[in-house]
Design a protein around this ligand. Structure first.
Ligand SMILES: [Zn+2]
Length: 545
């Protein structure tokens, strides 16, 4: 009797061991959003050899023996974010990132710390402050910088790069004082008493020219760090929107050395350097799952600083002004024909409705002149909603959009100033193009690079002030997640390998601290990225607070 029990136990143990398949990683005990067509949600995901082996219910985990098993404790797993329009670069050691700073006091602390790091007399630069986001509700001025770093020349550029503030020492070194004449096209600001307040508009170069160049090694080190930082935002793939042939070389060498530790990258060559790249062997479709060449980029019009987006109707209060085309129409049509004949996918910057319409019509003419299936040409930004006729043309010819819903949030002030009526309410439309059957992927650009802001704005349509713009443009959180994951993979022709967590796909995924699918939308931006996994490798884990 006793012997048979022992035998039975042994048999059970043996069969359970023999039945358990090997795996590398199991995540179980939470919600796994696969982002397949049905948007199915499971409890467990199993990874082997860098790919998803299986998804299923809680019991699935028992069928595998894994090197590491992670208890999700109810948390949500989604495919890694695929940010299809970013601008990432390295910066000098003297540079302070001011994006997201919330007060002048905080800016002063960053400058003070950098001064201590760099030493007396060294230039300190910064980028990204915006008075709209500062608690003091004013711009940092000369004396604020003097307080923080009296013995360092400091120059801090506002987000958008149309103005900067310089410290007293910086102005002195540049030879600028109350007697300096105003530079052509720019302004050296004075306060009510006629004293310089440190702000220079449009011509910051009169001070910036003195800042020593960064060394290539310094830039490369910082570039790698910025790429690593994206993992902390849950980003597992990026598209760099615009590289020169020289820039391409820098990216390529970084990916040769560090590729497996970074988000996967696709770079969009600027059209004017694309031929040189192709001659060197990096033409359309070159690359692999870590680093590849994507669509060429052309800036068809400007943006909302200026403003310079090319619009159908004039700007409010400026009856003769409709913005600017960067490329004359005949030139744009010619380059589209040429790019198409060379086999390039095209992903063009078009912000105003007139620029959008012109680009779409030029794409359509080129497509009809030389039909090529599955071209995946797309427009970036797409801020001012075009006519229904243009949307219908896009749907008919499968011209897609890479949209930044976060612009509605971050650039609210700019839009309120420069747009009106329907085009203000429906800025950066999301729902309307989708309803017309236009394919759309979501991305961040750099305002800021953070998918959570885009998800929040896509779902709420709220600006920074809390004002809602065109509530009927809002999409569901499921649609927004799909836009930021699976749809991004389509843009780079990689939907067969990534973007969803279906078995066989690359195991690129993110563990989020809270359930995006059920959370109050107001709290979307508070959700933390707990873990980022690329190709089955855990590349980022948030340290306990
Ligand atoms: Zn951009």
């Amino acid at each position: 009797m006793r012997r048979s029990v022992v035998l039975l136990v042994a048999v059970v143990l043996m069969t359970s061991c023999a039945d358990r398949e090997e795996a590398d990683l199991i995540l179980t005990g939470g919600k796994v959003a696969v982002v397949d067509d049905a948007f199915s949600v499971h409890e467990t995901i199993v990874v082997r050899d860098g790919r998803v082996l299986a998804v299923g219910d809680a019991g699935l985990a028992d069928r595998f023996e894994a090197a590491r098993t992670i208890d999700l404790e109810g948390r949500l797993v989604v495919p890694g974010f695929n940010d299809t329009h970013t601008h990432i670069s390295g910066s000098a050691r003297r540079h302070v990132d001011l994006a997201g700073t919330e007060s002048i006091v905080e800016i002063q602390a960053l400058v003070r710390a950098k001064a201590a790091e760099m030493g007396e007399g060294e230039w300190i630069t910064g980028y990204g402050w915006s008075e709209d986001e500062l608690a003091e509700q004013r711009r940092p001025l000369r004396h604020d910088l003097d307080e923080a770093a009296p013995r360092n020349p400091v120059l801090l550029t506002r987000a958008g790069a149309h103005s900067a503030v310089a410290s007293s020492l910086a102005l002195e070194l540049a030879g600028i004082d109350e007697s300096t004449p105003q530079p052509e096209g720019g302004v050296i600001e004075r306060d009510e008493s006629g004293e310089l307040n440190g702000v220079i508009r449009e011509r910051q170069g009169i001070v910036g020219r003195l800042v020593p160049d960064a060394t290539p090694g310094e830039l490369r080190e910082s570039h790698v760090q910025v790429l690593r930082d994206q993992l902390g935002l849950g980003i597992t793939s990026i598209v760099q929107a615009g590289v020169s042939p020289e820039g391409f070389t820098a990216w390529q060498s970084i990916y040769e050395e560090f590729g497996e530790q970074l988000p996967r990258a696709t770079v969009q060559p600027f059209w004017n350097g694309a031929k040189r790249l192709a001659e060197r062997g990096y033409g359309p479709g070159w690359g692999d799952g870590r680093f590849r060449v994507g669509a060429i980029k052309v800036l068809v019009d400007g943006g909302f600083t200026g403003p310079a987006a090319y619009t159908i109707e004039p700007y409010p209060g400026r009856p003769d002004y409709r913005g600017l085309l960067n490329v004359p129409e005949d030139e744009l049509r010619a380059l589209i024909m040429e790019a198409k004949s060379l086999g390039w996918q095209m992903g063009f910057h078009a912000i105003g409705d007139a620029a959008i319409q012109l680009t779409v019509e030029a794409f359509v003419d080129a497509l009809e002149a030389n039909a090529r299936q599955d071209h995946r040409h797309y427009l970036n930004h797409f801020t001012v909603p075009p006519t229904v006729e243009t949307l219908d043309l896009m749907a008919e010819h499968a011209i897609a959009i890479v949209q930044q819903p976060n612009f509605t949030y971050t650039l609210e002030g700019r839009y309120v100033e420069n747009l009106d009526g329907y085009r203000l309410e429906h800025n950066n439309p999301v729902k309307t193009p989708m309803e017309h059957g236009v394919f759309m992927a979501l991305s961040s650009d750099i305002l800021p690079i953070d998918p959570r802001v885009g998800l929040y704005a896509a779902v709420t349509r709220k600006g920074m002030s809390g004002r809602v713009f065109g509530p009927d443009e809002a999409i569901t959180i499921e649609e927004a997640i799909r836009g930021y994951t699976a749809n991004g993979a389509w843009v780079t022709f990689e939907e067969g390998t990534k973007g969803t967590l279906e078995p066989g796909m690359l195991a690129d995924m993110v563990v989020l601290s809270e359930d995006l699918l059920t959370i109050d939308p107001e709290r979307i931006m508070d959700v933390e990225v707990d873990m980022t996994i690329v190709g089955g490798a855990v590349l980022y884990e948030r340290s306990a607070p």
